[in-house]
Design a protein around this ligand. Structure first.
Ligand SMILES: Cc1cc2nc3c(=O)[nH]c(=O)nc-3n(C[C@H](O)[C@H](O)[C@H](O)COP(=O)(O)O)c2cc1C
Length: 379
């Protein structure tokens, strides 16, 4: 089956199979942005099943862009922690990819101080309790691009096989592309083409910092479910430009790969059930058409079985990223590979007390996930 066949990226690096561990925030790093032992164990145990690649939790590139207590790639003091992270991720032969992000208007004020929140424009997010950030100056925009570049250089020095720019899920790179979040009228906003300038500049800077032999990926939300958001057609134009930058893959962030449901900015998990958003075209199929083999397409969202992975590949993906299924069952890939899918754990145990120890999930990550009922399946 194609899911078990190797995949060679443009840069020459090869995944042993088509499965990647999706980026999964643990909210469990030390306050200075260095990785905690328990989060290294979280990824080490899961990668040990033989994933072709493991993608790290989103790692901040500037202190002022932190949305949770995660790992940093913001200065040389983070290098050793990044080396440990790369080592844990590739312990069993997986490629190790560092995802890098900035929170922009959804940075966490409790972590950085409300007055330090900066974003493309002074427009608050729709999230409950969101604060209004200040608009970044042109110098700050340039500095943020340089910070993404520096983070990619640190990843290279730390021994990662590549870097994924987090351009999805309403963080800063996504905000620059969004007409809801970006009301600028300079080089970085105003028209759809100018709203692409920041994502493209970050992708180009990362490619440049990595050199030609490491994997450069970019994660994108394929359309915004909110009124007045960008559309699938807008995002296809962005993908077309990204694919011209010699990237290795574009990853499509969805909550459900079949229903094509993107993550809403409000992220209300326990509120009334929102109607499924089903665009006329599958973003996976549409992006594969636009990208036309210039780089790989990675799909994600609700992939729980080998058949699901095969279906996503049939829709046009080359690779699949697995999130909640490997959170809930660290041995998920081994069970899929040995055709023991019936024994896959379907949800986190109802009694929270043993979860951290038996499943190697950092306790803070357990609390973070359970604070949003309906996000992670429970037994
Ligand atoms: C606990 C948790 C943390 C996540 N953290 C990140 C992250 O750091 N970066 C990111 O791009 N996506 C993140 N996601 C989204 C997942 O990568 C994935 O796209 C999403 O959960 C849908 O796929 P799944 O159904 O396989 O989980 C996170 C998801 C979960 C459940």
């Amino acid at each position: 089956m194609v899911v078990w066949s190797p995949f060679r990226f443009n840069c020459g690096r090869e995944m042993a199979n088509r499965f990647a561990i999706a980026p999964l925030t643990t909210d469990s790093s030390h306050e200075d942005g260095t990785a905690a032992d328990e989060e290294l164990e979280f990824v080490r145990r899961r990668a040990a099943n033989g994933f072709g690649a493991a993608i790290s939790s989103a790692t901040y590139v500037e202190d002022d862009g932190r949305s949770w207590q995660g790992t940093g790639a913001a200065h040389d003091g983070h290098l050793q922690s990044l080396q440990r992270l790369a080592g844990a991720m590739r312990a069993a032969g997986s490629l190790a990819i560092l995802q890098i992000y900035d929170g922009g208007r959804i940075a966490k004020p409790e972590l950085i101080g409300e007055q330090r929140m900066r974003a493309p424009s002074a427009v608050a997010s729709l999230r409950p309790g969101a604060r209004t950030p200040r608009a970044m100056t042109p110098d700050e925009v340039e500095r943020l691009i340089a910070s993404f570049r520096r983070a990619a250089s640190l990843a290279r020095k730390a021994g990662f096989d590549g870097v994924e720019v987090h351009g999805a899920n309403h963080y800063a790179v996504h905000q620059f592309f969004s007409p809801r979040a970006n009301h600028r009228d300079d080089h970085w906003g105003g028209t759809p083409a100018r709203r692409m300038n920041f994502p493209l500049a970050v992708a180009a800077a990362v490619r440049d910092a990595l050199g030609p032999n490491l994997i450069a990926g970019f994660r994108v939300t394929p359309f915004e479910a909110e009124a007045d958001g960008y559309t699938l057609a807008d995002a296809s134009l962005l993908c077309n430009e990204l694919a011209g930058l010699n990237l290795d893959y574009i990853s499509i962030s969805l909550d459900d790969f079949r229903k094509s449901r993107p993550q809403r900015e409000t992220r209300v998990y326990d509120g009334p059930v929102e109607p499924d958003v089903i665009p006329a075209k599958s973003p996976i199929t549409e992006f594969a058409r636009v990208i036309a083999g210039r780089c790989a397409v990675m799909a994600s969202g609700g992939i729980r079985t080998c058949a699901d992975a095969g279906e996503a590949i049939g829709m046009g993906a080359d690779l699949v990223a697995i999130g909640r299924a490997v959170v809930v069952d660290p041995e998920w890939l081994s069970k899929v590979r040995s055709k023991r899918e019936a024994s896959i754990l379907p949800g986190l145990p109802g009694d929270k007390s043993g979860i951290a120890g038996t499943l190697s999930i950092p306790p803070r990550m357990v609390d973070y996930m359970l604070s949003r009922p309906g996000w992670i399946p429970r037994l």
